[in-house]
Design a protein around this ligand. Sequence first.
Ligand SMILES: C[S@@+](CC[C@H](N)C(=O)[O-])C[C@H]1O[C@@H](n2cnc3c(N)ncnc32)[C@H](O)[C@@H]1O
Length: 242
Amino acid sequence: MRDPSIRRSVALFRAFLREQTDPEHCYRLLARDAAQQVARYAGPLRGRVVVDVGGGSGHVTEEFRRHGAQAHLFEPDTGELHSRGRPPAGAVLADGYLLPLADGVADIAFSSNVLEHVADPYTFLSELVRVTRPGGLIYVSYTNWLSPWGGHEWAPWHYLGAERARARYRRRTGRAAKHTLGENLFPLHIGPVLRHVRSRADVTVVSARSRYWPFLTEAVTRVPGLREVATWNLLLILRRSP
Ligand SMILES: C[S@@+](CC[C@H](N)C(=O)[O-])C[C@H]1O[C@@H](n2cnc3c(N)ncnc32)[C@H](O)[C@@H]1O
């Protein structure tokens, strides 16, 4: 599917709506889409060393392998790792803050929807940069706090406050919410992250865009204030400086 395009965004949105009932379809589609995005910036994936950090049960790792990449999954949560049964071969139980990798080993460091789940996103980013070779690519996407999806399973009620939104989720579903603000979900915005990556000497920003929007994907991230609500999910493509 062409990116950006209305057809692609509609297909992704439909898959999100079916995430609870058909997670396999949703995550396979997202993985295919993400691998295509990476290939557009990095070129053919065959033979490339890819590290998928916080890759959950490994949909994206498997997709990169289907493209012929040497993809490696790093995930700190055994529950996530085994949520579909057997994780991809060679998966490593590891925290993204401290990857068991030498400097510059990866052609591509990939992290999808993890940054808003870590308390210190800048240390996490630094670790992705450290393991990427000079000239290599870093793909990072996250759902920012003021996105309509910022509260995750309790969205969009997070606009009225996290505690209230969580309590509402419990009342409505009878289940405790997976995410708790300040524990495994953090209110990460777009402006500070953009300022951070632009100020770093060890990366250049190739693209800062909305990951899922069908149009104006880069323009929307340039407007302070508006971008916090309208971007939905920020995708950063960074190149490691030589
Ligand atoms: C919303 S899931 C995203 C999974 C997958 N990357 C995707 O896009 O479908 C967030 C993942 O981040 C992982 N995570 C949380 N803290 C982490 C950390 N410090 N280092 C690496 N991964 C972490 C979680 O265990 C979980 O698998």
